[in-house]
Design a protein around this ligand. Structure first.
Ligand code: SAM
Length: 255
């Protein structure tokens, strides 16, 4: 089933449930090599199984996050998590995965890919080692659901949303958790001037609708004033407010 989803012109190397679309290290993006060196060259322990347990508790600790997990669990078929990263936030999706569904997670950092491959051995759990800035390896109209948690450091975020739209079946869904800055804040204005689609919730919805998505709902996970951690790049002003939100988008058409 899994190989039938992949575009005919894609080169890849399969190693068990890991599919490497980055087939030679020379073409691995520089940022992912740097992240890999940081994760493997310092005493950072990805402790993925422990993270999965922690994320199962976290995703059940807040109504908006719990609804997000319920939404993902209610969708059957082919589910793909974008830029899955080191947090393991998708762990609760694994618990509700039915035998004939599959979950594909994606990243381009070798240490993160290995940590997830070691932590989860389910037959219908796959890991795609792929540079998402270069497009998605799936055929048109092949995926039921895309998910993503905090994708705003993917360089080509607009291109990724367009690719998700291409790969989704009609009626397919895109469910994201993202940080948005308040409309009119210095940070939002600056990000909007830079053409960042995630500058504010309104900017983001406008962009997704321009691609063809319909926004079917959103909930607030948390709000804050100022940075999450000292030294963060954003917000640009200590008084700027941001909101973590879930957002649900549907591709037009009947399934
Ligand atoms: C974009 S954030 C996503 C956070 C992640 N969803 C989590 O919950 O931990 C960081 C992750 O995205 C991955 N990433 C960023 N840009 C990417 C790209 N172009 N292709 C593949 N992975 C990417 C990084 O390797 C990193 O693991």
């Amino acid at each position: 089933m899994i190989c039938g989803l992949i575009k005919d012109d894609m080169d890849y190397v399969r190693e068990g449930n890991v599919f490497h679309f980055v087939t030679d290290e020379a073409s691995r993006p520089a940022w992912s090599k740097a992240l890999d060196e940081y994760l493997t060259g310092t005493p950072v322990n990805l402790m993925m199984k422990r993270k999965y347990s922690g994320q199962k508790r976290r995703m059940n600790s807040n109504d908006a996050l719990r609804h997000f997990v319920e939404f993902v669990s209610a969708s059957g078929g082919i589910k793909v998590d974008l830029a899955s990263g080191p947090s393991g936030y998708f762990a609760p999706f694994l618990d509700t995965l039915k035998d004939d569904d599959c979950l594909i997670i994606t990243d381009a950092c070798p240490a993160i890919i290995k940590a997830h491959a070691d932590a989860c051995k389910k037959d219908n759990f796959y890991i795609f080692d792929v540079d998402l800035d270069k497009g998605l390896p799936f055929k048109d109209k092949s995926v039921d659901l895309f998910t993503g948690n905090l994708l705003n450091n993917v360089e080509n975020y607009p291109g990724l949303i367009k690719e998700a739209y291409r790969c989704l079946k009609p009626g397919g869904k895109l469910a994201l958790i993202e940080i948005f800055f308040d409309q009119g804040s210095k940070t939002q204005q600056s990000l909007a001037e830079q053409g960042k689609i995630w500058a504010s919730y309104e900017d983001f919805v406008r962009f997704c609708e321009s691609v063809g998505f319909t926004c079917t709902g959103s909930e607030t996970v948390a709000t804050r004033k100022g940075p999450i951690s000292p030294g963060d790049l954003y917000p640009l002003d200590k008084d700027d407010c941001s909101t973590d939100k879930t957002i649900y988008l549907t591709k037009k058409g009947s399934p």
